[in-house]
Design a protein around this ligand. Sequence first.
Ligand code: GLY
Length: 375
Amino acid sequence: MSIGSTGSAIEWHPDDTVLHVGGASPYDVVVGHDLAGYLPQLAGGASQVALVIPEALEDTADSVAELFECEVTVMVVPDGEEQKSVEVAEACWEALGEAGFTRNDVVITLGGGATTDLGGYVAACWLRGVRVVHVPTTLLGMVDAAVGGKTGVNTGAGKNLVGAFHEPAGVVCDLSLLETLPRAELVAGLGEVVKCGFIADPEILRLVEETHPENLVPSSPVLRELVERAIRVKIDVVVDDLKETGGRDGHPGREALNYGHTLAHAIEKAEEYGVRHGEAVAIGCVYVAELAHRAGSLSAEDVERHRAAFRRVGLPTTYAGAPFADLLATMRVDKKSRGNQLRFVVLDEVGRPRVLAGPSEEHLREAFVAIGGRA
Ligand code: GLY
């Protein structure tokens, strides 16, 4: 076994990109095509593996299990947000108990962001923390949920209010898995990618602006570069501020990743989660761009750049659903507001995020009208 360029004992193929995440629990994120062969190496030393997989992907479980020489317990969980419940997590823990799962063993998640969140939480709690390797199957999962160690489930009190920080032992971003992803899901994932461009990496914006959107397909080198760049943005942020306690020198730290998310979460709730997260994030980013402009930060040109970039990849930039008062009420209880003060991540310019606390209701309303909203 050779030592890879990042120091981990994995034989990485030179065609694959390995992004190292430093910190107290370092790990690698590998990006490329047809990467399933890495899984046995990433589970190295385990005498058994637990595969957490949603119903929609159940048919692939046997072929994944066959990769391992050790025993594999397949835990099929409901699709989507339904799997993120304490009851489903408990059923997984019972299955781990029956299997005699020890600290040496490894949980592997194969699915979208919800599976990453659930499986990560199961691993975080079992024996107070066992190894987990994430294999995200959606673009959103690759560029967001699988990296950074946030895990959790939903409860009656709200989404993601119960969870733990538990960093994975590895993340495998196999772009070939995106080939069967519906186009609308791929486009929704691009919402988080473009967001990363605005908060930290203008090269992402240039690539989006100069690439014909039809060429943003899983096999294209440009999509791969976008994925790698977005993951790098996330890594840089979480390495500095894993637990979202705050950044340095005026940078919001991990909170910067919530760019556009305050309104996005309110829209998702108002639409009873009938809108994709990435679509809501696109609208939310244009909203905070309008808000920042009114608060004297972002130029009018950069506001238009937001509209153009999200539109170009096929995402919505207007919202005419629930009225302002309803969304404002939801934003006030968003877990990112502190006390009764609303907080938004805004940009002073592209790549320079900061927190805007307590904007005036007039600016909040005007920005909402600017995105087509009902005042
Ligand atoms: N999804 C935002 C974060 O990981 O902090």
